[in-house]
Design a protein around this ligand. Structure first.
Ligand SMILES: N[C@@H](CCC(=O)N[C@@H](CS)C(=O)NCC(=O)O)C(=O)O
Length: 344
């Protein structure tokens, strides 16, 4: 079969997420660095985001390119049944999707925040991300490109909601998630979804591939406080040799207990944000203002995360009555159930 193409960046959490997914799933693909000399002939995508996944057009048809890692994962599931990363139990698959969404949409706040707030982090990212396109770049080009990248990204801190008001909450949430993952591993759970990884594991991996491995400030925190997580991230990057079977997913019993600390974290931070964001979008407010984990939060509304809330609610509604009952019992008193409250 003609290999797929994954066009992305080493410094892009969602690109790293999708590369790890393709490796684990043993789906043949070539990796193309966006903006590098190899980045040619890739079909246009509706929004200029990475990663771009290109499916070869069979029988003379044109290649097809798509964005958005969550939907890329879903499309891959339809095309390649083996080594699935979506749990076979629909209730567990729902919890997996919720944790994936938290990783993609909340953990990206600490990721972007640390990278573009502190001088050492800005220096590393702006230079290395420029060089990733071409390590042979001249010094003059590097100087221009690194300051272009830094200016552009620092300006975008407001998009994820990193500012002086939110800094303490963002940084505390990063430290907590490291601690929770550490405890999860110490308790003998190799992945969030059991003995085999789910989409949520790859979502966590994507953000942590940067936080715990690349950006100096958060990587130093991870190394000092939770070295086990640093190693877990290395493993996730390439799970091609991991053998899995159907019994590897969390049992229903474990699905209530093991993810619970993570669901409480979702309730503590992400659920609060999703709801406040939805209210701001609905009332066309210029700012989301709320309290998250007892701390003030202020940022501009985030339309994409308004869609995330809608998709999560649709996912719960699509469950059978029995599966929904199970999911609701797993979410009970975590705080995350507030995401779905308006449906009851
Ligand atoms: N929800 C998307 C997000 C992708 C995304 O935000 N990608 C960022 C980089 S990590 C991007 O391409 N930003 C635009 C740019 O860097 O030009 C996904 O899951 O793939």
């Amino acid at each position: 079969m003609t290999p797929l193409k994954l066009v992305g960046g080493f410094g892009s959490p969602y690109s790293r997420k999708m590369r790890a997914v393709l490796r684990f799933r043993r789906i043949p693909f070539t990796w193309i660095m966006r903006g590098s000399p190899d980045d040619v002939g890739i079909p246009e995508v509706p929004v200029a985001l990475i990663p771009v996944l290109v499916f070869p057009g069979e029988a003379g048809r044109a290649d097809e390119a798509m964005i958005d890692s969550t939907f890329q994962i879903k499309r891959l599931e339809k095309m390649f049944p083996a080594r699935s990363i979506i749990p076979s139990d629909p209730a567990l698959a729902f919890l997996d999707a919720l944790l994936e969404d938290y990783a993609d949409e909340w953990l990206t706040k600490p990721m972007f925040h640390y990278r573009w707030k502190y001088a050492a982090d800005i220096h590393k990212a702006s230079h290395v991300l420029a060089l990733d396109r071409n390590p042979l770049m001249s010094r003059e080009t590097l100087a221009k490109m690194s300051s272009y990248i830094a200016d552009r990204q620092i300006e975008r801190l407001r998009v994820v909601g990193s500012n002086d008001v939110t800094t303490p909450g963002i940084e505390a949430s990063y430290r907590r998630i490291l601690g929770l993952l550490d405890l999860h591993l110490v308790a003998g759970h190799r992945f969030l979804m059991g003995k085999r990884p789910g989409a949520s594991d790859f979502g966590f991996f994507g953000q942590l591939s940067q936080l715990a491995h690349f950006d100096p400030t958060p990587a130093a925190i991870a190394a000092a406080e939770t070295p086990r997580v640093v190693s877990w991230v290395s493993h996730l990057d390439d799970l091609s040799s991991l053998e899995v079977d159907d019994a590897g997913w969390l049992s229903r019993e474990d699905a209530v207990a093991a993810p619970r600390p993570f669901l409480i974290e979702v309730g503590r931070v992400y659920a609060r944000f999703l709801i406040a964001n939805a209210h701001a979008l609905a009332s066309r407010a210029s700012e989301v203002r709320c309290e998250i984990d007892g701390l003030p939060w202020v940022q501009q509304p985030f339309p994409y995360q308004g869609k995330c809330l809608k998709w999560l609610r649709e996912g719960r509604r699509a469950l059978s009555a029995g599966d929904r009952k199970f999911v609701d019992s797993a979410l009970e008193s975590t705080g995350a159930e507030s995401i779905f409250r308006e449906l009851n």
